[in-house]
Design a protein around this ligand. Structure first.
Ligand SMILES: [Zn+2]
Ligand SMILES: [Zn+2]
Length: 178
């Protein structure tokens, strides 16, 4: 083994000890060890803080978090498509617009057929611009699927661990599109 500092060959006394016995080298080794321990502790503390913060998040918070990730995915998936309602592509801001709103049909909140890239004007000021939305939705996915979306949707509530998994899944999907 060569000393990490002076590069002279030496016989290590402990596993993973990379410094020879000369005072200077030994002291450097101790310093490095202390630094590593400190970093390890800081990392542990960060991990615990993150855990504590997560413990405070409610089911609703997780749904919101997932919505943000899901919407980012939709905008990324549709980045080459114009607004689903007005067909414009030169708007400044684009949202992920629901065909059936979260309020009226929470079961489709995270359904990829129900959410498309939509300009802020149609999404916010025209309340979804739904008549035009429906026409273009039929072009994109076919009338059968649109009618399916419009039909009865069974409850599909997710528990927090499931939502966390979904968040992970959609983050990976976003990365694979980029
Ligand atoms: Zn040395
Ligand atoms: Zn629009």
């Amino acid at each position: 083994m060569r000393c990490k500092n002076c590069k002279e060959v030496f016989e290590p006394k402990w596993f993973n000890w990379k410094f020879c016995d000369k005072d200077l080298c030994h002291n450097l080794g101790v310093k490095e060890l202390v630094k590593k321990e400190r970093e390890k502790k800081a990392k542990q503390e960060r991990k615990e803080t993150k855990k504590a913060k997560e413990a405070l998040l409610t089911h609703r918070d997780y749904l919101k978090l997932f919505q943000t990730v899901f919407n980012t995915y939709i905008r990324e998936r549709d980045k080459d498509l114009p607004c689903i309602s007005c067909g414009k592509n030169n708007e400044k801001q684009f949202h992920a617009g629901h065909y059936r709103s979260v309020g009226s049909c929470p079961e489709l909140r995270f359904n990829e057929l129900n959410v498309w890239r939509q300009c802020a004007t149609c999404n916010t000021y025209l309340h979804g611009n739904l008549i035009e939305y429906r026409k273009e939705l039929i072009n994109r996915i076919g009338v059968d699927k649109v009618e399916w979306l419009e039909g009865y949707q069974p409850s599909n509530k997710m528990l927090i661990p499931e939502i966390k998994e979904k968040i992970k899944e959609y983050k990976a999907k976003i990365n694979s599109l980029k």
